[in-house]
Design a protein around this ligand. Structure first.
Ligand SMILES: Nc1ncnc2c1ncn2[C@@H]1O[C@H](COP(=O)(O)OP(=O)(O)OP(=O)(O)O)[C@@H](O)[C@H]1O
Ligand SMILES: [Mg+2]
Length: 254
């Protein structure tokens, strides 16, 4: 097993179109109960893959398993480096940044500035100022809220902070669990712009979504999970047929 000291920060910038995240024959369990079965997927640098499915399909479990915060078994590679069996903090150092559902990575009682600093703590000291400036350029509204407790921000601002914190580690792969959840549709345009910018910078983005119209706008490709199994995959062009995708939520026969 590799130790934190042995794992150095990797060169984050993936090459556009190159595989950034790969998982194969991937299983996730809560205790003894297996909830994700034999999922395989790949996300390239500069691309967004959406994991779709109904309540309880296993989306959060899959994402948590990839981030290493839920029991998982199977191959996980980032930029060709095998992260199988590594715990969450080492997967994070190797380029996977996870934003849990309901922006669960932010600390409500702490200020925006303190939260951003927590997000930067694994980044080399001589990079922190530049990375922080980059995050604030992406989310200028946060500059005006620096001293406010994170819990006082609007839902949209909290989502920006949650993504900003995750970007503090200069990830290759951003893993987001239902970023649109609970947000006013007016925020969706801003999120879409953010994801477009990140994709142009060659970020690979994996997100879980239940909001099919939103996923249709932002995802390049998708998979559908039903009862923990991958029942479909395809390109963005298929997503416009919402009734067909919704039928897949019920299983391969719809
Ligand atoms: N901490 C847990 N302990 C035990 N079982 C869990 C736990 N979290 C989720 N599960 C179970 O795992 C299965 C998959 O749940 P999961 O939360 O991954 O689905 P989801 O697709 O993210 O659903 P939602 O759309 O509601 O977020 C469900 O049967 C759920 O009850
Ligand atoms: Mg979920």
């Amino acid at each position: 097993m590799q130790t934190t000291q042995q794992i150095q920060q990797v060169d984050r910038a993936g090459q556009h179109g190159q595989p950034a995240l790969g998982i194969a024959n991937f299983n996730v369990s809560h205790g003894r109960i297996q909830v994700v079965f034999d999922v395989s997927l790949q996300v390239r640098a500069g691309e967004m893959l959406a994991v779709l499915g109904s309540n309880g399909a296993g989306k959060s479990s899959l994402l948590g398993g990839i981030a290493g915060v839920v029991n998982n078994q199977g191959s996980v590679t980032v930029n060709g480096v095998n992260l199988e069996r590594l715990p969450a903090h080492l997967r994070s150092l190797k380029g996977i940044s996870f934003v849990p559902e309901r922006r669960g990575n932010i600390f409500s009682a702490m200020s925006v500035a303190e939260n951003l600093d927590i997000g930067l703590r694994l980044t080399a000291a001589d990079r922190q100022a530049a990375v922080k400036a980059d995050i604030l350029e992406l989310f200028p509204i946060l500059t005006k809220r620096m001293s406010a407790p994170a819990g006082m921000l609007s839902g949209g601002e909290q989502q920006m902070l949650a993504i900003g914190m995750a970007l503090g580690r200069e990830p290759s792969v951003l893993v987001l669990d239902e970023p649109s959840q609970g947000l006013a549709p007016t925020i969706f345009d801003l999120l879409q712009d953010t994801f477009d910018t990140l994709k142009k910078r060659n970020m690979a983005i994996l997100l879980a979504e239940q909001n099919l119209p939103f996923a249709t706008r932002i995802a390049d490709r998708y998979i559908v999970l039903s009862q923990g199994e991958q029942v479909a995959e395809g390109e963005q062009s298929d997503l416009h047929d919402h009734s067909r995708i919704m039928a897949l939520f019920m299983g391969p026969k719809g």
